[in-house]
Unconditional design. Structure first.
Length: 170
């Protein structure tokens, strides 16, 4: 009977350890320098800084949730002191990047791909009407990157992952 209690105790301790490791929120305070580039204009590249200050935890279905503030200043748009709740899908590492302002209006910043530890981030801004009618108009923000070439390479990596995920859905 003593052995049964020891085994049960070990199982409970392992379950608690797994819960703490996988589900318990982890603090994220990170700042990344990256490049904002335009898919249409190959000469356009601006250095930008992105900062996260919040908590990440895994959900029971395998998705990840980030709750916290995001700070970003770029030539295209600025995010300051806005609190986000991002749900990153398990197989895609993708979330919609939006928030509601104090008036209840939705601010849509596009989509965000993030590596599990938030060390690589790609933000694809929503398509805006292009004055010349070109459908390929769009701004991409890639972190970390020091040049347009690095930013394009990093964003292509996540686009390939997204294509594989889309193909697996059919």
């Amino acid at each position: 009977m003593n052995i049964g209690f020891k085994v049960a105790g070990i199982i409970i301790i392992l379950a608690l350890a797994c819960y703490v490791h996988y589900v318990w929120p982890h603090k994220i305070e990170t700042q990344l320098t990256g490049i904002e580039y335009n898919q249409k204009d190959s000469a356009y590249a601006e250095e930008i800084v992105l900062r996260f200050d919040g908590w990440v935890n895994k959900l029971y279905n395998g998705n990840r949730r980030y709750v916290g503030k995001i700070y970003l200043e770029s030539p295209s748009f600025t995010i300051k002191d806005e609190t986000f709740t991002l749900i990153f899908e398990k197989d895609r590492n993708y979330a919609n990047l939006y928030s509601r302002d104090t008036k209840g209006e939705l601010n849509d910043y596009g989509g965000i791909f993030a590596k599990e530890d938030m060390s690589e981030i790609i933000i694809q801004t929503p398509d805006k009407p292009d004055p010349q009618g070109d459908d390929e108009y769009g701004i991409i923000l890639a972190f970390p990157a020091k040049s347009r070439g690095q930013a394009v390479t990093l964003s292509l990596k996540y686009q390939e992952m997204e294509q594989k995920w889309l193909q697996s859905q059919f």
